[in-house]
Design a protein around this ligand. Structure first.
Ligand SMILES: [Zn+2]
Length: 261
């Protein structure tokens, strides 16, 4: 079952049972779905309760919990730089991961590489939903291909996993904390008040991205602690926790980056 939260006029978060979200933005002529969740629930059916408009479906990056529902749609755009991630997934592993994430005994998910025939490389920089301009913004760090969608008229940025306050730079196709820092610097130039991530149904204030910058700055030369990510893909990493006020802000780096320190 998908939980629907209206966060702004014409903007909805659709969260599936595995805790993965799609962001739905409804314009006058078209609607945007940003990420399709884990695939455990029917994202398309849920969004059709909100809008009947033609859709443009875009993935924020190539991780399995953002592309799992892609096969419910005819045409989905994925950033080109994240295509290599797809090659490492197989049906059995994905099914196990989705089951672990949802904590439900569900085996109906049938992800297989053939489900991804609907995925096409994202080769445009902006599009219009009808009176609502949307711009693709590179947010590399969490993965090399990670993108966000900036909607100036709403002063809103959709960010996938790229601006999650616990910055995970230890999963497939990730970059360094320096790359993440540069992305955060660039984000300061964009005019937006709030942003959405892909695992929470709430809006974050832009000011949180400043705290994330500060976290990376303070982490330099500090002690990181070993960290085993408790959910799929269970990757190890090293964590530096910067602050706990309101929203915890932390940085998780890879083994390989830790060794270089
Ligand atoms: Zn991710």
């Amino acid at each position: 079952m998908i939980t629907i939260t209206k966060v702004l006029q014409n903007v909805y978060v659709l969260k599936d049972r595995a805790g993965c979200c799609g962001n739905l933005v409804v314009g006058k002529d078209r609607a945007l779905l940003f990420d399709t969740g884990s695939g455990i629930d029917n994202m398309k059916e849920a969004l059709r309760r909100i809008t009947e408009l033609p859709l443009i479906v875009v993935n924020s990056h190539g991780h399995f919990d953002h592309i799992g529902g892609n096969c419910q749609f005819e045409h989905v755009y994925l950033p080109k730089l994240d295509f290599p991630i797809l090659e490492n997934y197989d049906t059995k592993m994905l099914n196990r991961w989705i089951r672990d994430m949802s904590k439900e005994n569900i085996w109906t998910y049938l992800a297989s590489p053939k489900d991804w025939e609907c995925i096409h490389p994202l080769e445009f920089e902006d599009f219009d939903l009808g009176g609502m301009e949307c711009r693709i913004i590179s947010l590399k760090g969490h993965t090399e291909g990670s993108i966000g969608i900036w909607i100036p008229s709403l002063k809103l940025l959709l960010s996938g996993d790229a601006l999650t306050p616990v910055m995970c730079l230890n999963f497939q196709n990730h970059l360094s904390s320096q790359a993440q820092y540069e992305t955060l610097v660039q984000v300061q130039e964009l005019e937006f008040d709030v942003y959405l991530t892909s695992h929470q149904s709430m809006l974050y204030p832009k000011s949180l991205t400043r705290r994330m910058m500060k976290c990376i700055e303070s982490s330099r030369g500090r002690k990181f602690h070993f960290y085993q990510y408790p959910y799929p893909p269970y990757t190890n990493g090293w964590i530096y926790l910067d602050s706990l006020e309101d929203e915890p802000v932390a940085l998780i780096i890879s083994e390989e980056e830790k060794e270089k320190m």
